[in-house]
Design a protein around this ligand. Structure first.
Ligand code: NDP
Length: 479
């Protein structure tokens, strides 16, 4: 029996979303069928209902898209920054105007709760375009005393966990710096990227500046290898990131990789525990844990372990899992059957290796892909659930006694994307931040994003930064 209050259903209306039966590839400002004539289905992971047929781009389509982007680059790169800014600003405004449609579509195609797509994904996507519209005519101030030139065609590959937001992280800096783009969304979540193509049409973006090609991993592999691509930006798994790095080694293409993570969220015994609980829940259950910077390893100082775990278990019982379109839902659907299988496999490994499982007692809907909020205690550093990215609503809890031990354990991972520190001592926050090998360290909060703040990792979490002035660098040649 869940201790959550019973809420009446409050589903968001889907009336404003017009999902077409099938989509085209968006190349050179027009919609076209794929050369192969092949389509794949995209579904709603909460219901398994087919939403639309999506074209599978092959070599011929990729050639056309890269040729369109190369042609458009000649004019786009010569436009005054203030002109480029006007287009980027208009994109941001239209994202705001169409925010409800985009949020509903993101939730239907990806399974994330509507309150997250509505309050985080879409507003942050708009914010990225606004922010980069501001840089477009100020590049000489971003890089004083340097000659700033764009690179050419950027091949951009994005994952399924934040489809529109990752698109914004990629496209906004590319356009602001005068590059043109061919972007491939993830196989399971193409709908907001295709709707973004219609936004490009709506704002009158010159043809070929943004091209959207859909397909599976093979389409992405063709795109990054294309000889006329000058820059590759990838967000996704470490495994595919390494494959891309191998594929383009020696080609002279510039590369940024934003890969996986296994972040430590570290709670000291002087932390405000109730506040920390909210940060822990947000850190691992936000977006069903499909977050590269998720706080998936909780490190708790021994003195507060019992109190914290009791509070955490209680809080788990109040999380509402179910229809992602319901405005009261906290935990939506797992993005795909494949991802659900991966989560189950790793949770099985946690049990086999002797960790202690606790799951919220919440009923799971019959159709769709679901996994209950899960906490493992008794985890040791060698367990797979402490080392591998689960990318689901599964928290592994470890303990520590001293700050030195917390640092040692936090850094004992092949990844280095993010970390969190909970303590009331400012000096301790700074001491920890100095020693944690993570691209982002949050203090007394977690999962905070801002377009002005650079984001990216170390080690197997990748390299390069997105956001802020640092995020412009991978898209420019400096003379
Ligand atoms: P992938 O890395 O396979 O997918 C990311 C993107 O890369 C997708 O657009 C994918 O296309 C594309 N892609 C796949 N293979 C290639 C290739 N050889 N060359 C170029 N592009 C390619 O992630 P998965 O969806 O398979 O997820 C697997 C695991 O990766 C997750 O369980 C999670 O641990 C991690 N992950 C991490 C993310 C992060 O933000 N750091 C995001 C997503 C996943 P397609 O979708 O068509 O396969």
């Amino acid at each position: 029996m869940s201790s959550a209050w019973d809420y009446s259903p409050a589903p968001e209306s889907t009336d404003m979303v017009d999902i077409r039966g099938d989509y085209g590839l968006f190349i050179d400002g027009t919609w076209s069928e794929p050369a192969s004539g092949e389509y794949m289905k995209t579904i709603n992971p909460a219901t398994e209902e087919v939403l639309a047929a999506i074209p599978v781009a092959d070599e011929t389509d990729i050639d056309r898209a890269v040729a369109a982007a190369s042609k458009a680059f000649k004019k786009w790169s010569k436009l005054p920054g203030s002109e480029r800014a006007r287009f980027i600003f208009r994109i941001a405004r239209v994202i705001q105007e169409r925010s409800r449609e985009l949020a509903v579509l993101e939730t239907m195609n990806g399974g994330k709760p509507i309150k997250e797509s509505r309050d985080l994904d879409v507003p942050l996507a708009a914010a990225h375009f606004f922010y980069h519209a501001g840089w477009a005519d100020k590049l000489e101030y971003a890089f004083p005393a340097r000659k700033v030139e764009p690179l050419g065609v950027a091949a951009q590959i994005i994952p399924w966990n934040f489809p529109l937001l990752m698109l914004a992280w990629k496209i906004a800096p590319a356009l602001a710096t005068g590059n043109t783009v061919v972007l491939k969304p993830a196989e399971t979540t193409p709908l907001t990227a295709l709707t973004f193509a219609s936004i490009c049409e709506q704002v009158g973006l010159p043809p070929g500046v943004v091209n959207i090609v859909t397909g599976a991993g093979a389409t992405g592999a063709m795109l990054v290898r294309h000889p006329d691509v000058q820059k590759v930006a990838f967000t996704g798994s470490t495994e595919v990131g390494k494959e891309i790095q191998r594929a383009i080694a020696g080609s002279g293409k510039r590369l940024t990789l934003e890969l996986g993570g296994k972040a430590a969220n570290i709670v000291f015994d002087d932390a405000p525990l109730d506040q920390a609980i909210e940060g822990i829940v947000n850190g691992i259950f936000f977006n069903q844990g499909h977050v590269c910077c998720a706080g998936s390893r909780l490190l708790v100082q021994e003195g507060v372990f019992d109190a914290l775990i009791a509070k955490l278990k209680h809080r788990l019982g109040t999380l509402r899992l179910g229809d992602p379109l319901d405005k009261n839902t906290d935990i939506g659907a797992i993005n795909s059957r494949q991802q659900l299988d991966k989560i189950k496999e790793l949770v099985g490994a946690g049990i086999d290796e002797g960790a202690e499982l606790y799951q919220a007692d919440c009923p799971l809907p019959e159709r769709g892909f679901w996994f209950p909020p899960t906490v493992f205690t008794g985890v040791s550093q060698s367990h797979r659930i402490a080392r591998e990215e689960i990318f689901g609503p599964v928290l592994s809890v470890l303990t520590f006694r001293t700050p030195e031990e917390a640092v040692e354990k936090a850094n004992n991972t092949p990844f280095g994307l993010s970390a969190g520190v909970w303590t009331e001592k400012g000096s301790r926050i700074l001491w920890m931040a100095d020693r944690l090998k993570a691209g982002v360290v949050w203090a007394n909060t977690f999962n905070r994003f801002d377009p002005a703040s650079p984001f990216g990792g170390y080690k197997e979490s990748g390299f390069g930064r997105e956001g802020g002035r640092h995020g412009l660098e991978p898209y420019v040649r400096l003379g």
